[in-house]
Design a protein around this ligand. Structure first.
Ligand SMILES: O=C(O)CCC(=O)C(=O)O
Ligand SMILES: [Fe+2]
Length: 130
């Protein structure tokens, strides 16, 4: 589909139809990201750098939404579902969401790890009760 779009855009500017696709090369980077809030991260560990001035991250604590306070330049460590599974739920993967406001831009940077795609994970044996 993207090839059709790139060709159509090139044609609309009276360019040769492969003008744009040629610049993307033979192995262009394709990315898809599904954003849905609220969620818990699927990661092992997520490290988040929040906006220095505009809050927005909220987590569920004791059944209520609370806003995570801003600490400029602090890295927030959030555990994801994979750590919850491996720790047999001793570590929790909190449900959270990012709420926006109508007038201020907000940026956040998230970095996370996950187990290898085909790797099966499970609770550590020593953490399982009989
Ligand atoms: O923007 C935020 O503060 C949260 C981002 C987030 O939840 C995520 O990347 O998984
Ligand atoms: Fe998240």
């Amino acid at each position: 589909m993207k090839d059709l779009l790139l060709k159509a855009m090139a044609k609309s500017l009276d360019l040769e139809e492969n003008s744009f696709s040629g610049q993307f090369g033979d192995n262009p980077v394709m990315q898809v990201r599904f954003n849905f809030y609220p969620h818990s991260d699927r990661s092992g560990v997520t490290v988040l750098l929040q906006d220095e001035e505009v809050e927005g991250l909220q987590i569920v604590k004791d059944g209520a939404w609370i806003t995570v306070p801003l600490i400029p330049r602090a890295l927030l460590v959030n555990l994801g579902n994979q750590m919850q599974i491996m720790s047999n739920r001793i570590f929790k993967s909190p449900v959270h969401k990012a709420v926006t406001n109508t007038d201020k831009p907000r940026i956040s940077v998230a970095m996370s790890n996950e187990a290898e795609v085909d790797k099966e994970i499970g609770p550590m044996e020593a953490l399982i009760d009989d």
